[in-house]
Design a protein around this ligand. Structure first.
Ligand SMILES: Cc1ncc(COP(=O)(O)O)c(C=O)c1O
Length: 379
């Protein structure tokens, strides 16, 4: 029987099993030493400057919510978010009672379009969330030039291990957030992280994540329980110890597939070293039918060959939660729509073999022959 090439798979071995056992045997499941060690080791993996600190939390969505809370985002504020993303950045804004202002993305990197951001800034703009889409670094330096002192939240949920001009994703904005969901390069099951060099902001994040408690018994403000558990942190430490290896395998596999077949792959900006979180591409307009029909047909054909392809992402301005809450929800955002309609994600994980790569390339040659050679899918 043909084995299915899964879309994603965690890179687990005895190291994670030993880490979990260590915690179980310690009897200490929360508020122990593992979380603090994980935070320190994350900062080391990011080569973070000494003034930067980290707070581990229960997932990447909470990380965004806490970052916005700590920045003081609330009712009446606007927060600019890219349309193409998992809904978390937009949800986090709505959950703060603020208004997401949804903007278009760049056709090549699929990242937030700085020109659209510049056009969307108003006196009510309280923050910008820049997603490093599928691990590809957003142009935070350009956003900084355009946005003046409006705080930039770098949503590096997918970008552990990616850098731009030598700076780790997550560190380029005022505050950075990560997810350690099982589809991510580094996973703890559920898990997330907030990082920043802004000391008062990080004190507030740490206070908020622990019921609003600055120190035991000193409750400062209402906050959720958003702590990471010791089991997750210990698993994360095992994962971090293998991060270099994980990244090297992913890069080799991703580069191999991308170099063997010319399609509309997501482009990487100059100076970026990308973690190959997702192998994403967009199909050109087919001769007949719509981009979405062509994409759905290709996903089905690949699945029939036991290759677990999937749609690439979502366009927030077309999703129900944003219909009545967001600025631009009724506007066409052409790039976001084309990327989401024609985009698909292909399998990429560290257990894939060269033979798996060959199977994927052969299946694409067979089922997407009409799209071969069209790197500039938007033309
Ligand atoms: C860009 C982005 N932000 C936030 C999240 C949320 O992370 P989590 O699933 O850990 O809540 C995701 C999850 O995939 C994401 O892709």
């Amino acid at each position: 029987m043909t084995e299915t090439i899964r879309l994603a798979r965690p890179h687990f071995d005895e190291a994670e099993e030993q880490a979990a056992l260590r915690v179980l045997r310690s009897g200490m499941l929360v508020l122990g030493a593992e979380v603090a060690a994980f935070e320190r080791e994350c900062l080391a993996a990011l080569s973070a400057p000494d003034d930067t600190s980290a707070a581990a939390v229960n997932n990447g969505t909470t990380a965004l919510e806490l970052a916005l809370m700590a920045l003081g985002v609330g009712p009446g504020d606007e927060v600019i978010v890219p349309s193409v993303t998992w809904p978390s950045p937009g949800n986090a804004v709505i959950l703060r009672g603020a208004v997401p202002v949804i903007v278009d993305v760049q056709r090549d990197t699929f990242n937030i379009d700085p020109k659209s951001v510049a056009a969307a800034i108003t006196p009510k703009t309280r923050a910008i969330i820049a997603v490093d889409q599928f691990g590809v670094p957003a142009d935070i330096a350009m956003l900084r030039r355009l946005a003046g002192d409006v705080p930039i939240v770098e949503d590096a949920a997918c970008a552990m291990g990616s850098t731009r001009e030598g700076v780790a994703c997550g560190l380029a904005g005022d505050v950075g957030t990560f997810s350690f969901h099982p589809r991510k390069v580094l996973t703890t099951g559920e898990g997330g992280l907030v990082v920043s060099h802004r000391k008062p902001l990080m004190t507030r994040v740490r206070t908020l994540r622990n019921h609003g408690q600055l120190e035991p018994g000193l409750f400062r403000e209402a906050g959720p329980n958003a702590r990471m558990g010791e089991l997750e942190a210990a698993i994360g430490r095992a994962q971090l110890s293998k991060l270099t290896e994980i990244l090297a395998i992913r890069r080799a596999l991703g580069e191999r597939i991308r170099s063997e077949i010319a399609l509309g792959w997501q482009q990487f900006p100059q100076g970026a070293n990308v973690n190959y979180q997702t192998l994403g591409l967009v199909l050109p307009m087919p001769a007949t039918g719509t981009r979405k029909q062509a994409r759905d047909a290709l996903v089905s054909a690949l699945r029939a060959e036991h290759i677990e392809a999937n749609i690439l992402s979502y366009a927030l301005h077309r999703l129900a939660p944003f219909a009545s809450h967001a600025v631009n929800s009724a506007r066409a955002l052409p790039m976001a729509e084309a990327i989401v309609d024609g985009g698909l994600a292909l399998p990429l994980h560290t257990r894939m073999t060269d033979a798996d790569c060959d199977r994927i390339v052969a299946a694409l040659r067979k089922h997407a022959s009409w799209a071969l050679g069209v790197r500039d899918w938007w033309q």
